[in-house]
Design a binder for this molecule. Structure first.
Ligand code: F6R
Length: 251
């Protein structure tokens, strides 16, 4: 695992954008796995800036998002479809046909999940998967539990996730209770994984996930078993790691 500790959120965003930009430049037809949430907003802004500066071309890129709330229309302002259009897809030259987000508007979970997993396989798998981490250790919407869910599935959100995400809705009651998410097995099949975390509120989970035991009670800890993970964290999120000053280390 490569750990890159940078000063702050802006530096994390640029550093992570560099990793994604390098993947696109190396293979213009690469398949990116994408995440939503507050953490990657800055890195998407950096990628849009690179595109506008003529340094990045998304025309051949294919994307698969990690997850989507079940029961929200694709144009709902809190849907991950909407988030991706606003933060990336509508601002760069990506072909909408090559962008994929689980269809939260379709209540038929078996169909949505099987189709999504098949679409990833048909595209040839994911080259680089971007991940944020929930305060409870979730990746995608794979919540802490007694086992690692394998493939894309319909899951119940943990109370802690409903609480954390209620900041974006008018009340916790409006947060959907279920989501479609890539499974841990889907995520682990990606060739490379890029994890971003920022702020003191993520310090405990960053330490537990990457330096604690591998356990389904901290789903992100499974990433310790992946052979190509880059973790980009700012100093606050890295503050509980030993020797956490800005720099990079291979562990
Ligand atoms: C989003 C996702 C989630 C978030 C996580 C962190 O697509 O899969 O796992 O990455 O909840 O969210 P933020 O960045 O808002 O703290």
């Amino acid at each position: 695992m490569k750990v890159i500790v940078v000063k702050d959120y802006a530096a994390m965003s640029r550093e992570a954008a560099n990793v994604i930009a390098a993947c696109v430049k190396e293979n213009p037809a690469c398949r990116l796995g994408l995440a939503t949430g507050s953490t990657p907003e800055g890195l998407y802004a950096e990628l849009v800036g690179d595109y506008k500066a003529g340094q990045l071309d998304f025309s051949q890129v294919t994307t698969f998002n990690l997850d989507e709330y079940r029961g929200l229309d694709n144009d709902h302002e809190q849907s991950y479809h909407y988030f991706m259009k606003k933060n990336l897809f509508d601002a760069v030259n990506i072909d909408p046909v090559r962008t994929h987000v689980p269809d939260g508007a379709n209540p038929n979970a078996a169909v949505v999940c099987a189709r999504y997993e098949a679409a990833i396989d048909a595209a040839g798998g994911i080259d680089l998967q971007l991940l944020g981490i929930g305060h409870n250790g979730h990746i995608g919407f794979n919540e802490p539990g007694t086992e690692f869910p394998k493939l894309t599935s319909c899951v119940d959100l943990a109370e802690s996730t409903i609480f954390a995400n209620s900041r974006l809705f008018s009340s916790a009651d409006e947060v959907p209770r279920q989501a479609y998410t890539m499974g841990i097995g889907t995520i682990m099949k990606a060739k490379k994984i890029l994890v971003v975390a920022s702020g003191a509120g993520k310090a405990t989970v960053v330490r537990n996930a990457f330096f604690g035991p591998v356990t389904p009670f901290v789903p992100a800890s499974v990433l310790q078993l992946h052979h190509d993970v880059t973790l980009v964290v700012d100093e606050e999120a890295a503050s509980l790691l030993e020797g956490s000053v800005a720099g990079s280390a291979d562990l």
